[in-house]
Each structure stands twice: as structure tokens, then as C-alpha cells.
Design a protein around this ligand. Structure first.
Ligand code: PHE
Length: 341
């Protein structure tokens, strides 16, 4: 038997080096150092050798045995450490409190929109929408504001640069009155929440882009009394208290008579502030009895039908409800403001 301990050493050492896990390393141990391993076989067979050979092979085999044992021991250590690192890396502390995801919430205007809709729906009103880019006819003509009528100046209009049809950004939600009456026969009760636009300087109570809620009720015998009853009920439910409100004569081409609806400014309690321009009162809506010419423009007989309409500033309603002192905060994107609601 030719015993090549050098080759054996190289082979075994290589295998130890390449071992990827503890099981593989155990296999290598068995293969060389186990009871039936290569080295044990060699040591078992040296009896047959000459005395001189016996001594040499015996010595070298024992050295190799010790060498491999220490190599395997060290490698075992390295592999165990590696496992330790992996365990540490993959360790999850299931007792750590979870990360709370940021949950958004509704914008104050969306909240009040939903409240306003719910209140009017409970009183039998239907919610209707209309386009934000509008044609002159609905924004003005159908509302008894003919071309070149000075009343058009009351609404500083933003015109769109369009080639085909002349379009504007609606200056109020009133055009939806005409759109709806054209297609639906009375009796009717609708509200129209929507965005409106005006080319105006901004201040604490004016924005270029703001929101209105139009209201329209048409039937055979509709009077201002119905109107007042609905408005006072709306205020009671929206502000959750009895509120004094004031109807003051006003002028709108599409209503006759017309009035403005004001309440005591709730941001300052009537003392006077920038929101109410120090008057103590804040105008929340324009309103009035539908003008006969509007009925005519919508092909309805003004002798047959009567009605009232209002246009609430929905931002202003929201400002009063939450005592917000500047309308510009709504679109400011300032999270410190929004988080309060
Ligand atoms: N559209 C009017 C405005 O924006 C308000 C209004 C609506 C007045 C309905 C009367 C009737 O100023």
C-alpha cells in the first residue's frame, strides 16, 4: 500500500476550506478522522509496515490528524459565527410597537360639503352639478344679464382662450339653475355645490377660486316664507344652534326681489375683524325670487311657476363654522392648518 500523506493533506485541507455549512464540515471530519475515516485506516494498517516506516508514517499521520482537527475546529468556529451574524441580521423584535401609517383626513371644505348636502337632501333637495368652464349664455344671458349690461361687471370674469366657442370660467353656480330648468320640469328642489372663479384681488374673505352652493326651489306657490323657513332650518342644522340671520335688500339681475343673507360674524363674535371688514356681519349668500326672464329663457311659463334661489359662499359657511379667519388658508396647502380638522 502506497501511503501519500501529502496528497491526503492537500485534499482534506481544500475540502475544509470550501465547506459551506456545518453539515458539510461534519461529513469531512467523518471522511478523514472518523472511526472508518482515511487516517484511521492508515493508522490501522501500519502494523504491516517495516519498523522504520511504521515510525515515520505513524508520526506523520498523527501530525496530520492534529493538523486537520485544528483546521476543522477553526472552520467550525467561523461557520458558527457566520450563522450568528445571519441570525442577528434577520432577527425581528416582535414586541416593538408598530409604525403608525399616516392616515389622511378630509379637507374642511369637503367635510362641510358633505354636511350641507346631507342637510338639504334630508329636506328633499337633489344634488346637481354643472361644468366649471361655461358658455356665456348660461353664466350671463339666461340669467337676465344681456351683453353690454353693466351688471356683467359685477362678476370679474376669467375668459378662456378658445378658438371655436367662447368659454369662461363660471363666476357663480347660478348657470346650473338654467341648465337644470331647461331639461327638467317643475316642481323642483336642487342644490348645486361647486367651484367658481373670479378675477379679483384676494383678501381675508375673497379668493380667486372659491366655492358656492346654489339652491333652487320651483313650484306653483312658492314665497319668501318658504325660503326663510328652509334657510333658518339649514342654519340650525349646520351650526347646531339657533342663529339670527339678516335679509337685506340687494340686487341680482336673475332674482326679484333680491336680498343678501348675513349672519353675525362668528370669527369675532360680531366685534369686528378683517373677515367681516369690521362690520360685525358677514354676507353668506345672495338670494331672491327667480326673475320671470330666467323662467322664460328656460322655456318655462313665469305665470305658472314661481321659485326662489340662493347662492351660498360655501367657504364662508365653513369659515364661520370653524372660526377660520382667512379664506386663503383653504388652498394654502399648509398642513398646520389642515391638521386642525
Ligand atoms: N350668483 C350670485 C352670486 O354669485 C348669488 C345668487 C344666487 C343670488 C342665487 C341670487 C340667487 O353673487
Amino acid at each position: 500500500m502506497k501511503i501519500d500523506l501529502k496528497a491526503l493533506k492537500i485534499e482534506a485541507e481544500n475540502k475544509v476550506k470550501k465547506a459551506k455549512d456545518l453539515a458539510e464540515l461534519d461529513g469531512i471530519y467523518k471522511e478523514y478522522l472518523g472511526r472508518k475515516g482515511e487516517l484511521s485506516l492508515i493508522l490501522g494498517s501500519i502494523k504491516k509496515l517495516s519498523k522504520k516506516e511504521k515510525a515515520r508514517i505513524g508520526k506523520e499521520s498523527n501530525e496530520l490528524k492534529a493538523f486537520l482537527e485544528s483546521k476543522i475546529k477553526r472552520k467550525r468556529h467561523v461557520l458558527k459565527e457566520h450563522i450568528g451574524i445571519l441570525e442577528k441580521e434577520e432577527w425581528i423584535d416582535i414586541t416593538i410597537p408598530g409604525k403608525k401609517p399616516m392616515v389622511g383626513h378630509l379637507h374642511p371644505l369637503t367635510k362641510t360639503k358633505r354636511e350641507i348636502m346631507a342637510i338639504f337632501q334630508a329636506m328633499g333637495f337633489e344634488v346637481v352639478e354643472g361644468p366649471e368652464s361655461e358658455i356665456e349664455w348660461y353664466n350671463f344671458d339666461a340669467l337676465n344679464i344681456p351683453k353690454d349690461h353693466p351688471a356683467r361687471d359685477a362678476w370679474d370674469t376669467l375668459w378662456l382662450k378658445t378658438k371655436a366657442e367662447k368659454l369662461l370660467l363660471r363666476t357663480h353656480t347660478s348657470p346650473v339653475q338654467a341648465r337644470y330648468m331647461e331639461k327638467n320640469n317643475p316642481p323642483l328642489k336642487i342644490i348645486v355645490p361647486g367651484k367658481v372663479f373670479r378675477h379679483e384681488a384676494t383678501n381675508a374673505s375673497h379668493e380667486m377660486q372659491f366655492y358656492q352652493v346654489e339652491g333652487l326651489m320651483v313650484d306653483k306657490e312658492i314665497t319668501v316664507t318658504h325660503f326663510k323657513a328652509i334657510i333658518s332650518e339649514f342654519f340650525k342644522r349646520f351650526f347646531k344652534k339657533d342663529l339670527d340671520f339678516r335679509l337685506k335688500p340687494d340686487y341680482f339681475p336673475f332674482t326679484e326681489p333680491s336680498f343678501d343673507i348675513s349672519i353675525t360674524c362668528l370669527t369675532c363674535g360680531g366685534k369686528g375683524c378683517p373677515v367681516c371688514k369690521n362690520t360685525g356681519w358677514l354676507e353668506l349668500a345672495g338670494a331672491g325670487m327667480v326673475h320671470p326672464n330666467v323662467f322664460k329663457a328656460c322655456k318655462l311659463n313665469p305665470r305658472e311657476w314661481q321659485g326662489w334661489a340662493f347662492g351660498f359662499g360655501w367657504d364662508r359657511l365653513t369659515m364661520m363654522k370653524y372660526k377660520i379667519n382667512d379664506i386663503r388658508l383653504f388652498n394654502s396647502g399648509d398642513l398646520r392648518f389642515l391638521y386642525q380638522f
